[in-house]
Design a binder for this molecule. Structure first.
Ligand code: OAD
Length: 248
């Protein structure tokens, strides 16, 4: 079924000078990355307390790393979808742009996004638990689990944010600044229940920005939205691109 895009929304997208975009797991769903909540969500099958907390890692680093290694293997062959490409294209069209993602899969970068902050880290990076140094490591599977720092021999951990941990300060500040200053805020594929990410569209709205939500389901952020586009991110992105005359 063809998705209908409101004419005023197309106009708002063309005229926007300052755009911020917040994405969640749903933007990668059509690429094959599992989401966290919902019917087939990861948190239905796995316990965040056992796999995604500093306590879990202290208790059983091997178990935690096996889960991340499995997820790395799952994500490695996947490709960006039209939603990732639409967002990358939007970056090139708008003078002041920031993509804020909660995703750790690296697919936005693979699609060409450059002005982005990763609020929850990146699954392709590892961090030394002693030195705090961060390195990229794209090997799948990892040759040793749990991996150790080649410099000091201490345990490495995934460079991601776990439950109970704070977000990287610089990334959050940049995201907050963009939410405060933007004239259009686009929210794609997030359930809007994890804070502080979920507060960003609220900040944008309270500063008078137009808010556009793309999600097949209603979320707690829906009441904030000037326009809610009910559909899958990739399909909505294709419909938007068609209206704008873009290839995605
Ligand atoms: P969730 O799994 O909570 O939500 C995914 C959202 O995507 C839901 O609102 C779905 O309706 C929507 N969705 C599903 N398929 C979609 C599609 N094809 N197109 C568009 N939307 C679709 O994922 P997040 O909101 O990203 O944090 O979760 C936020 C954080 O909670 C994650 O970053 C992760 C998780 O625990 C950490 O691990 C720190």
């Amino acid at each position: 079924m063809e998705m209908r895009i409101p004419r005023e929304l197309v106009k708002a997208l063309v005229e926007a000078r300052r755009v911020a975009v917040l994405t969640g797991a749903g933007v990668s769903a059509e690429s094959g990355v599992p989401t966290f909540r919902g019917k087939d969500g990861l948190w239905r099958r796995y316990s965040p307390q056992e796999l995604a907390t500093p306590q879990a890692f202290a208790r059983d680093p091997k178990l935690v790393w096996e889960w991340y290694d499995w997820r790395r293997g799952l994500i490695a062959p996947l490709e960006p979808n039209p939603a990732h490409r639409f967002i990358a294209r939007l970056e090139g069209e708008v003078p002041d742009f920031l993509l804020i993602t909660q995703n750790i899969d690296g697919l936005h970068e693979k699609a060409g996004s450059r002005k982005l902050v990763e609020l929850h880290g990146n699954i392709w990076k590892v961090r030394c638990t002693r030195e705090g140094t961060v390195k990229e490591d794209r090997r799948v599977p990892l040759p040793e689990i749990p991996p150790k720092c080649e410099n000091c021999g201490a345990l490495l951990r995934p460079h991601v944010v776990w439950f109970g941990e704070s977000l990287p300060v610089d990334a959050l500040e940049e995201a907050m600044g963009a939410a405060e200053e933007c004239d259009l805020f686009l929210v794609v594929g997030t359930s809007g229940v994890v804070y502080p990410a979920a507060s960003l569209p609220q900040v944008a709205r309270s500063r008078g920005a137009l808010v556009v939500e793309i999600n097949p389901e209603e979320t707690p952020l829906t009441p904030l939205a000037t326009w809610s586009l009910r559909g899958k991110a990739g399909e909505v992105a294709k419909a938007l691109a068609r209206e704008l005359g873009w290839e995605v």
